[in-house]
Design a protein around this ligand. Structure first.
Ligand SMILES: *Cc1c(COP(=O)(O)O)cnc(C)c1O
Length: 371
């Protein structure tokens, strides 16, 4: 069986290649490949409009955007974060010499549980780094209240949350900064890419300096910056991709609805509910395999694999179980009962624009068969 017959948890959306040629011709014409060129500027403007945010600074990937976001606010000491995420969330802290402090998740939303944050605050705490897991918004109001009380900064890892709104508009407008990823596996991709969303021009300028070595002009360097810039080819692809996002979201929504309908009556399989979003992005389709289901979680995962369906156990293992974190007092399993439980029961089913509903039906049938 070749890889064409495999169904993966995701597959990037690619517009027709012919549509991309004119962008390439323009780059070949003007010979501007990077350093905030015309496509880079245009994508920043269009994303601000599309997402409904004030300022955005593009990056070559989401991880460097996270690292730079922490630098831009001069975060030090300890930062409260979730163990239930992709490992880059916590890695961005270690790259800044910051100590991660893990706090448990709410088992319903799978986001940082605000009720457990206060107990983890110490005199060294400077910020909170929550994740809008699966694109389901955190309890942003509760987090804001704690941050205001204790004078903490809030940086959202919004890598899953492209295009998600609540009743007030984009959820990227909460906190001091939000960080996006445009990696190939994300809802909106630029091959590799990322961005920081901020609320004022001064912060945007500092971020722009930091992602370009700290250069302000030819002879002035104001900070030990990094090279985090997005290239023109990635920015051009983003502009083209943006034109197709209605299609991308509609396709994903149809798959999400299909799974929910066909799995509703399957014993001990729980589809994870949305939180407060008024516009969802359908970026992942996590299910919880209950203890009384016919197979264990890993057995179902293996069973799907036998049928060439490559679901993923996002997020297993927990970040706090990796060797560079497990020695931290907050990484202890007794401190993280909900995250530990969910991590042992979750499977993310395939969801992407080109996934046919017949294939979803096949996936659902395999899950039903073993109930
Ligand atoms: C994808 C992802 C990142 C990293 O983004 P890259 O663009 O791959 O560097 C960070 N955090 C979360 C939660 C992610 O899912």
């Amino acid at each position: 069986m070749n890889s064409k017959n495999n169904t993966y948890v995701t597959q990037p959306f690619l517009p027709d290649l012919q549509e991309f040629i004119p962008y390439l011709e323009q780059i070949w014409d003007n010979k501007i490949l990077t350093n905030a060129g015309p496509f880079h500027q245009q994508l920043e403007e269009e994303l601000c409009k599309y997402l409904g945010v004030k300022h955005i600074s593009l990056f070559c990937n989401g991880t460097l955007a996270l690292v730079t976001a922490l630098q831009s606010l001069r975060i030090t000491g300890e930062v409260i974060t979730t163990p239930y995420s992709f490992v880059a969330t916590a890695h961005s802290l270690l790259w800044n010499g910051i100590k991660p402090v893990f706090v448990d998740i709410d088992p319903k939303t799978m986001n940082l549980d605000p009720a457990k944050i206060e107990a983890a605050i110490t005199p060294s705490t400077t910020a909170i780094l929550p994740v809008h897991c699966y694109g389901h918004p955190c309890d942003v109001q509760a987090i804001e209240k704690i941050a205001d009380t204790y004078n903490l900064r809030v940086i959202y890892d919004a890598a899953h949350a492209f295009g998600v709104n609540d009743t007030h508009g984009s959820i990227l407008n909460y906190g001091d900064l939000s960080v996006l990823s445009f990696h190939a596996t994300k809802v909106f991709n630029t091959f590799e890419g990322g961005a920081i969303v901020c609320h004022d021009a001064k912060t945007k300028q500092r971020i722009d300096h930091l992602k370009n070595f700290g250069f302000v002009d030819e002879v002035t360097v104001v900070a030990p910056g990094i090279n985090g810039k997005m290239s023109e080819i990635n920015a051009a692809f983003g502009l083209l991709q943006l034109k197709h996002m209605d299609h991308v979201f509609n396709q994903r929504q149809a798959i999400d609805a299909f799974y929910r309908e066909h799995l509703r009556d399957v014993k001990c399989i729980e589809c994870v509910s949305r939180t407060c979003e008024t516009k969802a992005n359908f970026s992942y389709f996590p299910i919880i395999v209950g203890s009384d289901y016919g197979l264990g979680r890993d057995e179902l995962y293996a069973k799907l694999k036998e049928h060439h369906i490559f679901a993923r156990r996002y997020f297993y293992p927990l970040i706090s179980d990796f060797p560079m974190y497990r020695g931290l007092p907050s990484a202890h399993r007794d401190n993280l009962p909900n995250a530990s439980y969910i991590s042992s029961k979750v499977i993310c089913l395939p969801i992407f624009p080109d996934l046919a509903l017949e294939e979803c039906k096949r996936i659902v049938d395999i899950i039903r068969m073993s109930a």
